[in-house]
Design a protein around this ligand. Structure first.
Ligand code: S3P
Length: 431
């Protein structure tokens, strides 16, 4: 793949037209690789997310003795159960990926060897106590900087026992880490969340035939094993969201996103945009790995402000940078509340969204738990990614809808989830 430029420029209003399949879903790709790596036998995974985050997960399992091989259309992963994993002779670099480090912590803490997990500057500043604390309660030995609050983390696994864990945050990474540990523990492991977070881990386990009980926000699991599987990962709704918002705010647009994962815990952004007046149709066509899959069609329409808060937040948490751009182009005020988790994402997204909307000339007030955005009249500007892939792509869709020259600096950040983003935007905006 050619190196990404550090800056991209945009030169005027370009409608988004046609049909696009964005790369495979990042959350599902990490999980497909992880579940295949500890399955019995050779799995094949097609349509994986193309960014550095999932590459970091694959490299981690190669270090842990799993055979991960490229094949046309995807990879094959040959596992031999949890017992097939071997101690890595080096530190495992999770790059920018919170899902890699947190889920691996849970997966590795049942192994009798030592693993050292680290990442880039952003990942090394993100909270890890949220996984270290429940995993320690299950019997794992986890250490790290600041008493295990920050990576690098050392995970020395051993025999685990189930716990009942009342998670203080609605986080699929925390829930999945505890479930991966629970799959290797004696007794029953129960995770209770304050609100429902994305449920891919539960759906995959169900699709693989592993007994799991889900009741509202409570998930219950016991020790489990499964056989190898073959899957084609559906397209990433979080990546599609940038194109959906891009088309919604750019006059003349009519765009179809195909083969997209339509899990309700991921597509809350569609409900929010429809509430704002967006013209969006969703059609479910099939089920894959326990996930609904289908098409999202969006046409330009005038938007109005809305309130996004409460239990809706977990289903839109990664889409708030894109929704903030929709709010910037909408008439009236949008209020985002109960979204404190934005502060501990790839950047402090309350701060970085505030800075970039201000740069666009949009009235924006940062709050402890969200933002107030006074939409209406964004202006062409020089924008920045702050090292955060989603802030970069949010900047790009705003720039593409503005009459005049804009730029996004720090573009390389898109490499973590969607290196082809600029090429794909160019493909659907060619006039
Ligand atoms: C993810 C869970 C979410 C999300 C992240 C991916 C996952 O993080 O923001 O991009 O794949 O489990 P949290 O678990 O921190 O909410």
């Amino acid at each position: 793949m050619t190196a990404l430029p550090n800056e991209v420029t945009f030169g005027g209003v370009c409608p988004l037209v046609g049909s696009l399949r964005v790369p495979g879903d990042k959350s599902l790709s990490h999980r497909a690789v992880m579940f295949a790596a500890v399955a019995r036998g050779r799995s094949t995974i097609d349509g994986l997310a193309t960014g550095e985050d999932v590459a970091a997960t694959m490299a981690a399992f190669a270090q842990l003795g799993v055979r991960v091989k490229a094949r046309p259309g995807g990879v094959s992963v040959t596992g031999a159960g949890f017992d097939g994993l071997r101690e890595s002779d080096d530190v495992i670099d999770c790059g920018n990926s919170g899902t890699t480090i947190r889920l691996l912590s849970g997966l590795l803490c049942g192994r009798t060897f030592v693993s050292v997990l680290t990442g880039d500057k952003s990942l090394r500043s993100r909270p890890m106590a949220r996984v270290a604390e429940p995993l320690r309660r299950m019997g794992a030995h986890i250490d790290g900087r600041d008493d295990g609050r920050l990576a690098p983390l050392t995970v020395r696994g051993g025999s685990l026992h189930g716990i009942e864990f009342d998670s203080p945050v609605a986080s699929a990474q925390v829930k999945s880490a505890v479930l991966f540990a629970g799959l290797q523990a004696s007794g029953t492991t129960v995770v209770v969340e304050p609100m429902r977070s994305r449920d891919h881990t539960e759906r995959i386990l169900g699709a693989l035939g592993v007994p799991i009980v889900v009741d509202g926000n409570t998930v219950q699991i016991q020790r489990g094993e499964w056989d190898a599987f073959d899957v084609c990962v559906p397209a990433d709704p979080s990546s599609a969201a940038f194109f959906v918002v891009g088309a919604a705010i750019t006059p003349g647009s009519d765009l179809e996103l195909i083969d997209v994962a339509l899990n309700p815990t991921r597509i809350g952004f569609v409900d929010v945009l429809q509430r704002m007046g967006a013209d969006i149709e969703v059609a479910e066509t099939e089920t894959r790995l326990g996930e609904p899959v289908g098409t999202i069609r969006v046409r330009h329409a005038p938007l109005r402000g809305t309130r996004i808060a409460g239990s809706e937040i977990p289903a839109v948490i990664d889409e708030i940078p894109a929704l903030a751009i929709a709010a910037a182009f909408a008439e009236g005020v949008t209020e985002i509340r109960d979204a404190q988790e934005l502060v501990v994402k790839e950047s402090n997204r309350i701060g970085t969204i505030h800075q970039e909307l201000t740069q666009l000339g949009v009235g924006c007030e940062p709050l402890d738990d969200g933002l107030v955005i006074r939409g209406g009249n964004p202006q062409p500007s020089a924008l920045k990614s702050h090292g955060d892939h989603r802030i970069a792509m949010a900047g790009a869709i705003a720039a593409n809808a503005l009459d005049g020259e804009s730029s996004v600096r720090g573009w390389r950040a898109v490499g973590s989830s969607y290196p082809e983003f600029h090429d794909h935007l160019a493909a659907v905006t060619r006039r």
